[in-house]
Design a binder for this molecule. Structure first.
Ligand code: FE2
Ligand code: FE2
Length: 274
């Protein structure tokens, strides 16, 4: 199975990159399953139901989120009815929406997607490690699921790396989101789990983590809030991680970064080249 995970969509430029490029990638590269983190898709803050639907229409199978999931209040409502929309599973009991789901890939495989949020330098949440165990006990790789993907949305690299070692051999891909900057440590761990500390964002990198840079710089200089943060408007880089899966084990055999458009160095996974 051929997977693609795309990092946090930030604002209109990130949305446009997804809508313009994802359908062609899915068709030309024969992608079986695509997950996109959409937590900053609406002007940098949250996501609307219309945007969620547009990302699915572009070919995404599941949209994950993180700490910004409910920045647009309508997400409290549509999270209940959109079963391809996930918020972190370790949010408090009673939070609207769901934190995981089992989906059918284009090749017929069953894919468990779990959205988890870390708690180092973030809001206090339930233990993410125990939450992972609950999800994997309910739907183990090689039994109810042919592939397992965990979006681990967290600030601290240490927490994401610890989570990757904790699940190595039990999931297909554990990928970090939230910091919006792609890291160079993407690889398959010894047990067969693909990993990257942060996949980066689908947004304009001539910015401060996707936001127009003027206001963030001013706040660092003066500590006085001025204007509201707004998403940067330059051309986005589509940033993701491609994963090749051994269909007999559900474990990863190869990973490579995808970077298309915008100012970052361009990268196409070598195993996508026919
Ligand atoms: Fe984000
Ligand atoms: Fe985040």
């Amino acid at each position: 199975m051929r997977l693609l995970f795309l990092g946090d969509i930030v604002g209109r430029s990130g949305r446009n990159a997804i809508i313009d490029r994802l359908p062609g990638l899915i068709a030309d590269r024969r992608l079986d399953f695509v997950v996109v983190n959409g937590e900053n898709a609406a002007g940098g803050f949250g996501i609307t139901e219309d945007i969620h639907t547009a990302v699915l229409d572009a070919g995404a199978d599941v949209v994950t989120t993180g700490n910004h999931v409910f920045d647009q209040r309508e997400a409290l409502v549509f999270a209940e009815r959109q079963d391809r929309f996930l918020r972190p599973t370790n949010f408090p009991v009673g939070t609207p929406g769901r934190g995981s789901g089992l989906y059918m890939a284009r090749n017929g495989g069953r894919v468990l997607v779990v959205n988890i949020m870390g708690r180092v330098f973030m809001d206090a949440l339930d233990d993410p490690f125990a939450a992972i165990d609950r999800e994997l006990e309910a739907c183990p790789l090689g039994e109810q699921a042919d592939v397992v993907i965990i979006d681990f949305h967290a600030e601290a690299s240490s927490e994401k790396q610890a989570a990757a070692w904790y699940v190595d051999g039990r999931v297909t891909l554990l990928i970090g989101t939230h910091t919006h900057v792609p890291t160079a440590d993407y690889r398959v761990l010894p047990g067969g789990t693909a990993y990257q500390t942060d996949v980066g964002m689908c947004g304009d990198y001539q910015s401060v983590i996707g936001m127009d840079k003027d206001e963030p710089v001013r706040r660092f200089l003066t500590k006085v809030p001025g204007e509201r943060f707004s998403a940067a408007r330059g051309e986005a880089t589509l940033a993701g991680l491609a994963v090749e899966v051994d269909d007999s084990t559900g474990l990863a055999t190869a990973v490579a970064p995808l970077r298309i458009g915008g100012v970052l160095e361009q990268a196409i996974p070598p195993f996508w080249v026919d």
